[in-house]
Ligand binder design. Structure first.
Ligand code: SAM
Length: 231
């Protein structure tokens, strides 16, 4: 795993000396995965590429420096924890609706001595009541289809900030289906970037959505409504 990580980080223009810390986090996830459901990817090389390097690639998609960043539906900590391990110059909130995952992340962040990280157990659509338009950047991977995801994430982003949605490279239809939601919630798609995960034949995509106007007060709705009637 270490060789894959060192080479992958170098290929991404990131610090290869962080490979050990990323591998230590992988050990924590895989160890805990024996007793709770954190990931289906358990083969170390696949874990390195599909979780750690995929997350790391996001650092090349926006300027995180000095920003307030929220990872919505972080699960076992992706992409947020690798971002934190690789860079410590922004404030990070790891948000998930599953308490056991947040408990795990609190322990993992403490054991890795990670700083400027807040682990929050809440549903995104409820968290927005307290933290509306509070973040410079929201990131999210593998949480919901884009029309739903935008209603979970865009209310958290300040005007002038960005939402980075990590998606499959085959997400054209999903993006088209989300255009109405994005506009309604105050967003504008400014970039769609496909990238190859180093040392793999896997191409993923980041959809960059700028927050250009405030999200109307009636959003986000309760999750039942969001899911039943996506914007
Ligand atoms: N982002 C991680 C990744 O890429 O591996 C985890 C993906 S996992 C499939 C989806 C996660 O989103 C779960 O941990 C789930 O609890 C969380 N989630 C789903 N809906 C949510 C919501 N409305 N607010 C916060 N978290 C949510």
């Amino acid at each position: 795993m270490l060789d894959i990580l060192r080479a992958g980080l170098a290929a991404l223009g990131l610090d290869p000396t962080k490979a050990e810390s990323l591998a230590a986090f992988a050990d924590d996830v895989l160890e805990r995965n024996r007793v709770m459901n954190l990931t289906a990817i358990t083969e170390p090389a696949d874990f390195a590429r599909l979780h750690l390097l995929d997350s790391a690639a996001l650092l090349n998609m926006a300027d995180f420096s000095g920003k307030r960043v929220v990872d919505v539906g972080t699960g076992a900590g992706f992409p947020g924890v690798p971002l934190r391990i690789l860079r410590d110059d922004f404030d990070l909130t790891l948000l998930d609706s599953t308490g056991k995952r947040i408990d795990f992340l609190r322990e993992a962040c403490a054991s890795l001595s990670l700083t400027r990280v807040d682990c929050v157990h809440a549903r995104a659509e409820e968290f927005a009541a307290a933290q509306r338009e509070h973040f410079d950047i929201a990131v999210s991977r593998a949480v919901a289809a884009l029309p739903v995801l935008c209603e979970l994430c865009l209310p958290l982003v300040r005007v002038g900030g960005q939402f980075l949605a990590m998606k499959s490279a085959r997400s054209d239809e999903e993006l088209d289906a989300a255009r109405h939601a994005i506009g309604t919630l105050g967003g504008r798609v400014v970039r769609v970037t496909d990238y190859e995960i180093p040392d793999s034949d896997v191409t993923h995509r980041v959809i960059v959505i700028d927050k250009v106007s405030p999200t109307p007060a009636k959003y986000p709705r309760a999750f039942g409504q969001i899911k039943k009637k996506p914007l």
